[in-house]
Design a protein around this ligand. Structure first.
Ligand code: PMP
Length: 426
């Protein structure tokens, strides 16, 4: 039987001293009932909540866990660097080593700048695109997430129309929409943002057509604007390079984060020589941007990326999870879908407009020790084994049976109604 007494106690204390008890993407406010908010431990592919319940974790800290939590080689690099220096008056050798390793790995890039979060990197990309020639307009796909920054955060609180005055939105994967948006920008087009694939929340994922990716490159070139691929979420789960390299399309800038230090706080902006001078013009920095420990962790993570078959393993394990789940859906006659790359699956149900079946499914899997998301794409990590997938499928099979049996009485998720009301207040 799952316990949640400590979690409930922490939530109660948090409600006094943390606005809303919790905020941001790790808030469980939109999760099905019973999802734990607080965790005590993580190892490999398992997370343990504060009440001692253990889960096979398909969220991977929303991406950063690429190789397994507390990967021994990365942890050894962390400890070695910690014994020397971390946050001091200037960077250490790992910064240069990491820039060299990143430039070697990312085909389009001639230089790297490091920061802490994905939103730092995408905002730097925005600034560099504008600083280059003083142009203002930037194209962004509808609903695409590039960070919790005023120019992109998905909730309206505290955001002014002026923060987004020079953004023009287009439909992802639609070359015509892209061209129309560029036409609107005229000779004021500074940059075009594109995610490696469409990974909006609450929606099936969509891989990009090569035609769209090529159109993005062509439109950027016609307008002498910069093409920016936001690889913060998908980086290193599609390629050992920028994700659009698989389509033969090279951006001018790419934003990275999440996986780089296998969980240590570090992100990066990579760019080509066309963008180098503009990158030198902008002033961007942060107290912790040059800390040596996360950089040492990233140098080691990239060594493992280069020298092991981690990516092929992710693809194999992800495919086993996907095929197993789809087979269970077929057997039970439930229209479950798994979209996007197998290494980052989004799992939704057909004919589930208010997400009630997806929520009930995830809740039942969580109660059986598998942590899934009903609205965000999930992530495979390299510590996952075939045995983990078999155990996962035992849980998802039982969860699907639960959905089938209780289909008529499953209610729409209360969490979503609450969230919709909150957003409507603004
Ligand atoms: N871009 C994408 C595609 C992301 O998925 C995210 C984070 N989910 C970000 C940018 C922002 O990254 P961070 O939360 O580290 O600022």
């Amino acid at each position: 039987m799952r316990r949640n007494t400590k979690d409930a106690e922490l939530r109660e204390r948090a409600a006094q001293v943390i606005p809303g008890g919790m905020y941001g993407h790790m808030s469980t406010a939109m999760m099905p009932e019973g999802y734990p908010q607080y965790f005590a431990q993580a190892e490999g592919t398992r997370i343990t909540d504060v009440d001692g319940n253990v889960y096979i974790d398909f969220m991977c800290a929303y991406g950063p866990n690429l190789l397994g939590y507390r990967h021994p080689d990365v942890m050894a690099a962390v400890q070695r660097q910690q014994a020397l220096s971390d946050t001091v008056t200037g960077p250490g050798e790992p910064m240069v080593q990491l820039a060299e390793a990143m430039v070697d790995m990312v085909s389009h890039a001639d230089w790297a700048m490091f920061c802490k979060n994905g939103g730092d990197a995408t905002t730097m990309a925005l600034m560099i695109a504008r600083a280059r020639q003083g142009k203002r307009k930037v194209l962004v796909a509808h609903k695409a997430y590039h960070g919790a920054v005023p120019w992109n955060t998905p909730r309206p609180g505290g955001v002014l129309p002026e923060d987004r005055a020079h953004l023009i939105y287009y439909d992802y994967n639609d070359p015509q929409a892209l061209e129309d948006a560029a036409k609107q920008a005229g000779d004021d087009l500074a940059g075009i943002f594109a995610a490696p694939f469409r990974h909006d929340t609450f929606a099936d994922q969509e891989l990009p057509d090569a035609e769209y990716a090529r159109a993005a490159r062509a439109v950027a070139d016609q307008h002498d604007a910069l093409l920016i691929v936001d690889d913060v979420r998908a980086g290193l789960r599609i390629a050992r390079d920028c994700s659009w390299e698989t389509l033969g399309v090279r951006p001018d800038l790419s934003a990275w984060g999440k996986v780089l230090g296998n969980g240590q706080p570090i992100s990066a902006l990579m760019g080509n020589d066309k963008a180098r001078e503009a990158a030198q013009k902008i002033f961007v920095t942060g107290s912790f941007w040059y800390s040596a420990v996360p950089m040492a962790a990233a140098v080691e993570t990239l060594r493992i990326v280069r020298e092991t078959d981690y990516l092929e393993h992710l693809q194999r394990i992800g495919t086993m999870f996907r095929e197993g789940l789809l087979e269970q859906g077929r057997t039970l006659g439930l229209p479950i879908k798994s979209t996007g790359p197998a290494t980052m699956p989004m799992v939704l149900f057909d004919d589930d407009p208010d997400f009630r079946f997806g929520y009930a499914f995830c809740q039942a899997a969580m109660e059986r020790g598998v942590y899934l998301s009903p609205y965000h794409n999930m992530f495979i990590n390299a510590a996952m084994t075939e045995d983990d997938i078999r155990r996962t499928l035992d849980a998802t099979g039982a969860a699907l049976e639960h959905v089938k049996k209780n289909r008529a009485s499953i209610e729409p998720p209360a969490a979503l109604a609450k969230m919709a009301a909150l957003v409507a207040e603004h």
